[in-house]
Design a protein around this ligand. Sequence first.
Ligand code: AMP
Ligand code: MG
Length: 332
Amino acid sequence: MDNSHKILEATIANYDHCADLLRADEVIGVPTETVYGLAGNALNESSVRKIFDVKGRPLIDPLIVHFSNIDSAEAHIAVNQSARKLAAAFWPGPLTMVVPKRATIPDLVTAGLSSVAIRVPQHPVFREILKRLDFPLAAPSANPFGYVSPTQASHVAHTLGNRIEAVLDGGPSNFGLESTIIDLRASEAPAILRHGPITEDQISKTLGIPLSTHIETAADDTSAQTAPGMLTQHYSPSAKVTLLEHGAINSNLADKTSALICNQKPEWYSKQCNVFWLSESGNLNEIAHNLFALIQRLDQQNYKHLWIELTLESGIGQAINDRLRRAAAKIT
Ligand code: AMP
Ligand code: MG
């Protein structure tokens, strides 16, 4: 079914309407600078349950809670020195911090953990909504669990439109990849849980200490996680995904049913079918911005097999490669 009528323009009347829906414990699609989110009242169990239901997300996978500023977060979390430093440097923006929670945050949000993941987002449309509410918003990516994350309102309408009332349109997500997650439960031993647009180097320089990395890559994603991290298989299109080392692209791989996705326009390109690139010049920010949208477009065109070139492993390239490896992982 075509659900494009559920996409709402970013107007004052629609902000007010969306705020009303959220006050009535509904969940809606909202734009963020990372990817589109499926937002609901983080302090209300029935809204939070709807988020898990609509996405088909397992209850062991905790949600990120979004606030309009760090002051409004303080009633619900314990802010430590490291969190304050990182907030001053990167908020509003694509950085999520895991910190100790207070009792006001329902256990359902955090999969029973005593910590909560929080973020102050930058997208002006999302901020307009937060400004109208006296509660924070839990908002995982607005896609069916395990599928590629949405970076445009149309992606949300296409995959979840039957199950939600509205998607606010804020244009294509600027970064196009989910936020960086940093674990600050032990203030003196910060650890990266998920790579993202804010790099390890930027965080480590701001804190003045090296970081450890605790990214979940275990194959056993079915048992309850004591310290939930990322699930191994995620961001997966219906098409089979095979990764190619950076620079190892080969024009023979693309045929009628398979597509080749390169970082940049290949030197050998001369109108071959089914060859695509994510950035004219191989710019990593452009690659991140375009990645999920291109994968969704090719998936909707029913390609059976996507050959995708990994990027260089520097800066945001670490986050891009992380998403590609998860998209390619198949758990049997
Ligand atoms: P998303 O899938 O973008 O909604 O991001 C949520 C991810 O944040 C989860 O899958 C976890 O990896 C991580 N996360 C959320 N809350 C916590 C927490 N309290 N402790 C550790 N990781 C968390
Ligand atoms: Mg997600």
